[in-house]
Design a binder for this molecule. Structure first.
Ligand code: GH3
Ligand code: MG
Ligand code: MG
Ligand code: MG
Length: 315
């Protein structure tokens, strides 16, 4: 390849390298039938601390991307023997939307409308060979930054700021999905609502900052107490909601008691003193007519737990 780059030019782009230094773990898949060209691109990308995986054609690229989650960018050649760039872009777009995986087409000018066809198939960007290293870097960085920005925005939009748990909006959105799946498969969906006992006293006695710390700590204990596949979120001020699938009645009791006792056993240090809180939990297991109906049932159980003296669960 006739690359229009001098070593001097590579020095100049070293300043760009610093910009995405924090992207140390970003994974890029390079797809090209020329081993030498793949190695060249890998070297350029490694300069930016990007982790590079290589594939020699579209078919191999699809295998690799399925086995390696976390690839954010695919840079693909057009002309390849097994599966060409156009077919690869189309196949990838069936699997990943544009805001989850960026694709840059990279090819010689073989026809006037090649870049157009790749873009229409779903590529985010296109570069003709030979290219300026600086342009290559600019496009790579811009595409990665866009993917990461969208990821950050999505993350912020589903998380509760104080605790890092899911927020109420996402909790119910994802809850509806779990509920529909439970209906289809005729399985239970445990729905748990819990509330910190006498939380007003914490705020009154120790101040709002201490109250916030208690909420965060309880959130941490709760998320340790459930499985990765369970859905847990902050429902209100000091109220939380958990959806758990695949539980029998006995398991639910065990989970609720584990959460209750874990919170009770914790001492939260604040300005030299230790704060202890308890939680009350309400839960229901069998499917009701709607997710809202299940939440209402769990809420009614929570009310009973409060009436019954707090620091307990009711199913
Ligand atoms: P109960 O045992 O009946 O639940 O008594 P409680 O005092 O906990 O009563 P309630 O649940 O009604 O009180 C919730 C309090 O939580 C009221 C509100 O000021 C406080 N709160 C809500 N959100 C936050 C928050 O984000 N931070 C802090 N520090 N306090 C909050
Ligand atoms: Mg080729
Ligand atoms: Mg409360
Ligand atoms: Mg409350």
């Amino acid at each position: 390849y006739l690359l229009k780059n001098s070593p001097h030019e590579i020095d100049q782009v070293a300043t760009l390298v610093r910009r995405i230094d924090h992207n140390r773990h970003v994974r890029v898949l390079v797809v090209d039938d020329s081993r030498a060209f793949r190695a060249y691109l890998a070297k350029l990308l490694n300069l930016h601390h990007l982790q590079v995986l290589e594939a020699k054609d579209g078919r191999e690229a699809l295998d690799i991307i399925k086995d390696h989650p976390g690839i954010e960018l695919v840079i693909t050649d057009y002309c390849m023997p097994e599966m060409d760039g156009l077919a690869l872009v189309s196949a990838l777009r069936q699997l990943y939307p544009r805001f989850e995986l960026a694709i840059i087409g990279l090819s010689e000018q073989s026809s006037v409308d090649l870049s157009l066809r790749l873009l229409k198939s779903g590529a985010n960007d296109f570069i003709y060979k030979p290219f300026l290293v600086e342009e290559f870097y600019c496009r790579v960085i811009q595409n990665i930054e866009q993917i990461e920005l969208i990821r950050t925005i999505r993350d912020v939009s589903v998380r509760d700021y104080l605790t890092g748990l899911y927020n109420r909006r996402y909790l119910f959105e994802a809850g509806e999905t779990l509920y529909a799946a439970a209906r289809r498969r005729h399985i239970n969906l445990a729905t748990v609502i819990l509330d910190i006992d006498h939380f007003k006293r914490v705020n009154d006695n120790y101040g709002h900052l201490a109250g916030d710390r208690v909420i965060r700590e309880v959130a941490r204990i709760l998320s340790f107490g459930v499985r990765q596949s369970d859905l847990i979120g902050r429902y209100g001020g000091e109220e939380f909601c958990i959806f758990l699938t695949g539980l029998e009645s006995n398991d639910l009791e065990i989970v609720l008691e584990r959460l209750r006792s874990a919170v009770e056993a914790t001492r939260i240090s604040h300005e030299g003193t230790e704060i202890q809180v308890t939680i009350s939990l309400g839960a229901t297991l069998n499917l009701a007519d709607s997710l809202q109906a299940m939440i209402d049932r769990a809420d009614a159980c929570l009310y009973q737990a409060k009436q019954g003296g707090r620091n307990r669960f009711v199913i």
